[in-house]
Design a protein around this ligand. Structure first.
Ligand code: UDP
Ligand code: MG
Length: 319
């Protein structure tokens, strides 16, 4: 089998207007690098004509591979599917909307050659993104930084190059809630970054809705931090402490001062307060249990509908 130096993974969710532009720019990059390559398009349940555009490319260029997932599984899972099938000595993950400039791959590749296992692209500025998106992202990354035990690089997305060693390690981390940038940071080895300015989306609109972003944030936090669990127990302790003092006070009033039938309000306040804290704690525990059960179910992370890759075709007919 021919050796492939560079695999490029491009997750696609409704990107029909971007596919040919990103393809042309990627081709210029790999021609400049002059190395054996493959482009892997993962169609993540697009409802536009993205799949047809991708299939056209596979007819033009035998280095183009694709997987069509059976529905929309989300960006992280689409990228994971790409990692599973990529054959390259090095693999790049890049968005299809040209927010990640393909030309930066040359820098990522050259930097890796200096002896790194991971070179991620760190954004200096984010152009054309809503104020809400920028501020929520900023707050989220700062909080993550504070509450996780491993440092996950700030201001980076998944745009990066990783080598075979990293991919093989990632494949041994089959967790359901993917937070790839966290997993890659967790793996270790030699990691560095290059900086870039994040462009505006070339065409189409973002596939990351606020609900997907919130889900992603929760996955990131619960996968890499036990802080919410600790928070539940710490507030539990504090509230129990305060309650204990209040109980002593109540007993003192009754037994020493004989001054009882007051305090319906304070009673209600205490009950509600404790009820609230209990619900909060149970909720947090529920978040983790939900994720534990998702992992125990052991479902496949994604399901492939169609592909032009031989091994996958054979597997699909076996099913
Ligand atoms: N994407 C995907 N599945 C999804 C959402 C997005 O494969 O459910 C792809 C999308 O086509 C793009 C990349 O992931 O190539 C980044 O998505 P997007 O540009 O919508 O996110 P943003 O840049 O707004 O965070
Ligand atoms: Mg984008």
């Amino acid at each position: 089998m021919n050796k492939i130096d560079l695999s490029i993974i491009i997750p696609i969710y409704n990107e029909e207007k971007n596919i040919s532009v990103v393809y042309n720019r990627l081709i210029q990059v790999v021609e400049h690098l002059a190395i054996p390559y493959e482009l892997i398009f993962i169609n993540d349940g697009s409802v536009d004509n993205s799949l047809e555009f991708i299939k056209d490319l596979t007819n033009q260029n035998k280095n183009v591979k694709f997987i069509d997932l059976s529905r929309n599984f989300g960006h992280q899972v689409a990228v994971s599917a790409g990692l599973d099938i990529s054959k390259g000595e090095a693999t790049v993950i890049i968005d299809a909307d040209l927010q990640d400039p393909p030309e930066l791959i040359i820098d990522l590749y050259n930097k890796m050659k200096e002896g790194y296992n991971v070179v991620y692209a760190r954004r200096k500025i984010r152009k054309g993104e809503s104020f809400m998106k920028k501020i929520t992202a900023k707050v989220f990354y700062r909080i993550m930084d504070k509450i996780t035990s491993i440092p996950i690089p700030r201001d980076t997305g998944d745009f990066r190059i990783i080598d075979r060693k990293i991919i093989n390690t990632l494949k041994r981390m089959p967790e359901q809630q993917k937070y790839l940038r966290g997993q890659i940071a967790w793996v270790g080895f030699k990691q560095t970054f290059v900086e870039y300015d994040r462009d505006v989306r070339y065409a189409g609109k973002t596939g990351y809705t606020y609900s997907k972003m919130l889900q992603f944030a929760f996955d990131g936090i619960t996968s890499f931090s036990n802080f919410p669990l600790k928070f539940a127990s710490i507030t539990g302790f504090v509230v129990s402490g305060i309650s204990f003092i209040l109980i002593l006070f109540a007993l003192y009033e009754k037994l020493v001062l004989h001054n009882t039938v007051r305090g319906w309000t304070s009673l209600m306040l205490v009950v509600l307060f404790i009820g609230g804290i209990q619900l909060l704690s149970i909720g947090i525990i529920g978040e983790y249990i939900g994720r534990i059960s998702a992992n125990i179910r052991n479902r496949p992370l994604y399901i492939i509908n169609e592909s032009n890759i031989e091994e996958i075709k054979n597997k699909n007919t076996e099913q």
